[in-house]
Design a protein around this ligand. Sequence first.
Ligand SMILES: *[C@@H]1O[C@H](CO)[C@@H](O)[C@H](O)[C@H]1NC(C)=O
Length: 317
Amino acid sequence: MRRFALASSWIFPVALNRLVLYAGTSPIGKENKWLQRVKKSTWEGVWIGPDLTCLKEAEEIALNQDVILFYIHGGGFSMGHATMYMQSFRLIIETLYKVYGKKANILSLEYSLSPEQVWPKACYEAVDGYRYLIHELGIESSKVVFIGDSAGGNLIASALLILKDQRSNEQLKELAPLPLPAGAALISPWVDLTPVQTTHQSDTLSSNLLFQCLNQYLADQSMIHHPYVSPFYGDFSSLMCPLFISYGEHELLRTSIELFISNLKESGNDPTVLKGENESHIWLIFSVMATSRQVFDKDINALIKWISGNVINFEPK
Ligand SMILES: *[C@@H]1O[C@H](CO)[C@@H](O)[C@H](O)[C@H]1NC(C)=O
């Protein structure tokens, strides 16, 4: 009886999943010298870059970089952490410098996970993290590129819509509006939270898992079509900064991402699309999910090339 109660409460699976994920993805060895944590009253994050000795130094370095990547991790809004893709983060920073001559650091958002915190908290933490870059540190928006995978891609797309709404709302304009970033990359983004029809796709995601994540994240299910919950239903017309979207041929989210891409095109956007043949969820950022290391290298390099081509070239209106 006791055991049943434990297993049926949310605490057990969420805590266990978080632990397993953390054990498999926590930074190792010298990677710990790449990290400086930033804690503010409304949000938290981690600066990631080579040899950061203290936060003040990380912030000073950030001002002199060519590119700042604002990263939001995935994990169904309930798992994962800001430093979970260190291998990819290092590869992106090192390649931007070696191949493209651009100095880059990453600010990775450590947003509040559900079920302890529910929607819309993480969306506003994302906006506050970006506000810190622009208004507190004074970094030019033309140097900032947003990147998010899975649920993090959802938060990136929601943050873009919040920025757009704040710019067009006369009352909110008074509050020093935030410019759009130089670009946004959505990696296997979970843009539509309405239940997925089970299809033939083979993927690490299942509709059950997504449904559990949804129930933990969204207290009021009647909000499911709200654009900050499911950016799929948002209006991206006349927004927009350059977009990059990747998804795998075999992923459960494929249909919704393809529809999202065609909606974006209809509303006047021209996203750069990378479809991974034979690939499944988030292979582009998490090499263990890719069918081979070669595919991972090729595809993450396509993202890096896109990043290098977009910063500084984009002038927000
Ligand atoms: C995808 O899988 C098919 C069947 O296994 C194979 O023939 C094809 O070469 C694969 N494509 C890539 C890009 O690996």
